[in-house]
Design a protein around this ligand. Structure first.
Ligand code: 6PG
Length: 484
């Protein structure tokens, strides 16, 4: 395989599906791209099958790959997150020169990206954590791209990134979101919101099937209808398609032959772990992540079915089908507002904690297309941030507040009906609890504080004067003293 010296605009190593599709997208958009894979056969196959799509330069080794790229070089690494990425970076660093750029376009944990950024800076190199969302099809035809790294790296990457990203109303769904780990941080939160979105859709399906008695294909019709309104989104569209699909082998609804144990690569889990550290209650995302874990606890589930078996007829709840369908729609929308509000809160908190100046309106803008959570909804979020850049929560912005107020009675009815019917709706229920918690005049946290002071002398504040206090619970008259 021949490589011509230094004429490639960009290089990419790691030609599994995502890397291969990203390379094709870059080539198809007029950029010369040098490509490499540890197994050369994959590189050869890419050139043979898609070499006519653009200017692809094959490289058998990383040395050849680096030699084929014009300075300052950009090398995109698309291998498994974690140790494999570190291994490729370790091999690349000695081959590169000052101001060259290494881009990790996988789903890396942002803390790894911060570490790698600092390590490569010590070699005079620039490291970019680039979130790429949209799955295999997005990588090939137009993803949403979240770049984290230096201005130098962004200026070098920008022409390529903006040419391959999805475009909405003439705007590429790609942005330089901030330095260091900012790109992978927002991609992580994107995936957390994705988890919540998927769980809410799954709970909607379960309620429509179990309580309203709709067959999968009928739920598909409902979702298709919702996709024509303010719930328009990629995930609703795909859910309708999947629920309409019939298993070729059995002739049964496809959803009924899929094992009901959800897996996860880790980005949702990272979102929740990070939110706990930041003190951001991403309850919808957390419940969605835990719901995946619960579904995988098959032994506990079997034991619980045995002990708590109930006659489905006993738990049947009579509803008016059309009324209930619309109530579920309203509950889905309100719960979705909560999930996105929580996700954007986490991005704001992360940016503050790490000193990143992330433009939340710009983030909503680049999530309008290409990514898995793309939805008409993101236009409303962009408008909210355009109107009120420093807003405290999306929930209280005019458009969303009106939507939630209009749907809250239905939301309560759906959560109550689900509880009576024994249908688990952790995302719907936790989102409603978050909404009620946020708007409550007095929370029972007062009792929590009093209990903490009683057994742990952890002190408390009062509503009627400044300062911290402790009550000496063990003394007869239980005097209250100012805490140190
Ligand atoms: C995307 C997706 C993608 C993610 C898959 C699987 O934005 O294109 O989020 O990055 O890897 O959705 O993720 P889970 O295995 O965690 O569901």
């Amino acid at each position: 395989m021949s490589t011509e010296h230094a004429r490639a605009t960009i290089g990419l190593t790691g030609l599994a599906t995502m890397g291969r599709n990203l390379a094709r997208n870059i080539a198809r958009n007029g950029h010369t791209i040098a490509v490499h894979n540890r197994t050369t056969a994959r590189t050869t196959a890419l050139l043979e099958e898609h070499g006519d799509e653009g200017d692809l330069v094959g490289a058998e080794t990383l040395e050849e790959l680096v030699a084929a790229i014009a300075r300052p070089r950009v090398v995109v690494v698309m291998v498994k997150a974690g140790e494999a990425t570190d291994a490729v970076i370790d091999e690349l660093v000695p081959l590169l020169d000052e101001d060259d750029i290494v881009v990790d376009a996988g789903n890396a944990h942002f803390a790894d990206t911060v570490r790698r950024d600092e390590a490569l800076a010590g070699h005079g190199l620039h490291f970019v954590g680039m979130g790429v969302s949209g799955g295999e099809d997005g990588a090939l035809n137009g993803p949403s791209i979240m770049v984290g790294g230096s201005d130098h790296a962004w200026e070098r990457l920008r022409p390529v990134v903006e040419s391959i990203a999805a475009v909405v109303e003439g705007t590429p769904c790609a942005a330089h979101v901030g330095p260091g780990g900012a790109g992978h941080f927002v991609k992580m939160v994107h995936n957390g919101i994705e988890y919540a979105d998927m769980q809410l859709i799954a709970e909607s399906y379960d309620l429509l099937r179990t309580v309203a008695g709709l067959e999968p294909a009928q739920v598909a019709d409902v979702f298709e209808d919702w996709n024509g309104g303010d719930l328009e989104s990629f995930l609703i569209e795909v859910a309708s398609d999947v629920l309409r699909h019939t298993d070729a082998e059995t002739g049964r609804p496809f959803v009924d032959v899929v094992r009901d144990a959800a897996e996860q690569k880790g980005t949702g889990r990272w979102t929740v772990q990070t939110a706990l550290d930041l003190g951001v209650p991403v309850t919808g995302i957390a419940e969605a992540t835990f719901a995946r874990s619960l579904s995988g606890h098959t032994e506990q589930r079997a034991a619980a079915r045995e002990v708590f078996a109930t006659d489905p007829e006993e738990q049947r709840v009579e509803v008016d089908r059309d009324t209930f369908v619309d109530q579920v729609r309203a509950a889905l929308y309100a719960s979705k507002v909560v999930a996105y509000a929580q996700g954007f809160d986490q991005v704001a908190a992360g940016a503050d904690a790490h000193g990143w100046d992330i433009d939340l309106g710009e983030l909503a803008t680049i999530w309008r297309g290409g990514c898995i959570i793309r939805a008409q909804f993101l236009d409303r979020i962009k408008e909210a941030y355009d109107d009120e850049p420093g807003l405290t929560t999306l929930l209280t912005t005019a458009y969303f507040a009106d939507a939630v107020k209009a749907g809250v009675d239905a939301w309560r009815e759906v959560v109550a009906t689900a509880a009576r019917a024994g249908v688990p709706t952790p995302a719907f229920s936790s989102s409603l609890a978050y909404f009620d918690g946020l708007r409550r005049e007095r929370l029972p946290a007062a009792l929590v504080q009093a209990l903490r002071d009683n057994f742990g002398a952890h002190t408390y504040e009062r509503v009627d004067r400044e300062g911290s206090f402790h009550t000496r619970w063990a003394e007869p008259d239980r005097p209250e003293v100012a805490a140190d």
